[in-house]
Design a protein around this ligand. Structure first.
Ligand SMILES: *Cc1c(COP(=O)(O)O)cnc(C)c1O
Length: 348
């Protein structure tokens, strides 16, 4: 097309997991949403906010939410930036800290959206291989990258590097280390403390998974004040709508609900792991709200994926080297997990 830039014409868009249409009855274990509804207090706050007040713009500074998040995580509001999902935060990071022709890096496998974003911004991409058998993050050959993305816990494999090993990675890099902690609420540790220990770390969080709010679109960045200040100049001034600002700060304040929800997910994760072992499969230990399970062959994994799909059970299959012999299963309710295991057993 004659109007489009070459790097966009060549771009393959990010492929989100299948989203069923409204009313379709499926067991949805493919995009790591929370199987439980958000806190009733959150739903009430959304009903309250859906009022005449919507004719006014939202708070351009998202003050309330930033203050709530600051209290919760032990930082100041100036160290927090909110986004329309953590995906938007990732975009803001690229717009703030890179220009065309710069280089960025990330691990493979991990979240494939980093590469898509890098291509959109006409950057050079430097993938570094990583595996679940490593104790610490492998150091990229080239430390001169504007940004390096670490998904921790890893998706789709579920392992998580300990903070002191991530610190070595941060010290190795000459640019910014982004630790994408989309799944950190399900893990035994996180890297928030690194913000105080090293100058070049940005942490991203999302309310999509552990707070059951994927449809609301709320993400956070935490970093030193001087970094947040630069990112803040780049975002759209009304990037957080009124409803998301209100509901997200209520969600973060309902820690009792959050904690119960989290514990239920972790118990079901144990059950799913055992169930997969009983079927003589090879599930990887997980620090997230999903389990990656390997099959004897890629043929077997693809066949099981198709068989489950036919029964309305959605899981994630990655048609790429190193992942194509496995499936990523989100943690559902106990009932969904039992139904999944029964269907899997029948297929095997
Ligand atoms: C889900 C996910 C995101 C996106 O989160 P949103 O807040 O829903 O945009 C980012 N990174 C990773 C690793 C994820 O799994």
């Amino acid at each position: 097309m004659r109007f489009v830039k070459e790097h966009i014409e060549k771009l393959t868009a990010y492929q989100p997991g299948l989203q069923p249409r409204e009313g379709e009855r499926v067991i949805k274990l493919n995009t790591n949403e929370n199987p439980y509804p958000p806190s009733p207090w959150v739903l009430e706050s959304i009903r309250d906010e859906a009022s005449e007040a919507l004719r006014y713009y939202s708070d351009p500074q998202t003050r309330r939410l930033r203050e709530t998040a600051a209290d919760l995580y032990g930082f100041s509001p100036e160290q927090i930036l909110c986004g329309n999902g953590s995906d938007e935060i990732l975009g803001i990071l690229l717009r703030t800290f890179t220009t065309r022709g710069d280089s960025i890096g990330y691990y493979v496998p991990s979240y494939s959206y980093y590469a898509t974003l890098g291509t959109i911004h006409a950057l050079h991409l430097h993938p570094t291989p990583v595996s679940d058998r490593q104790e610490q993050p492998p150091l990229p050959h080239n430390p001169n990258l504007a940004l390096f993305f670490l998904t921790n816990p890893n998706s789709p494999l579920g392992f998580s590097f300990r903070p002191h090993t991530v610190m070595k990675l941060a010290e190795h890099m000459n640019g910014i280390l982004v630790v994408d902690e989309a799944y950190a609420d399900f893990a035994r540790w996180n890297c928030l403390s690194l913000i105080r220990e090293v100058p070049n770390v940005v942490i991203t969080r999302t309310l999509s998974k552990s707070y059951s709010l994927a449809g609301l679109r709320v993400g956070l960045a935490l970093a030193r004040e001087e970094m947040i200040r630069q990112m803040d100049k780049v975002r759209d001034h009304y990037n957080m709508n009124r409803i998301a600002q209100k509901a997200a700060s209520v969600a973060l304040r309902d820690q009792k609900f959050f904690e119960e929800n989290r514990k239920r997910v972790l118990r079901t994760r144990d059950r799913l792991f055992e169930g997969l072992r009983e079927l003589r499969l090879d599930p990887l230990p997980s620090e997230a709200n999903f389990i990656f399970v390997r099959f004897p062959s890629s043929q077997a994994a693809a066949t099981v994926y198709a068989g489950l799909l036919q029964q309305g059970i959605l899981v994630r299959y990655f048609d790429q080297q190193g992942l194509d012999n496995g499936l990523r299963i989100s943690i559902g309710t106990n009932r969904e997990t039992e139904r999944f295991l029964a269907a899997l057993q029948a297929l095997l």
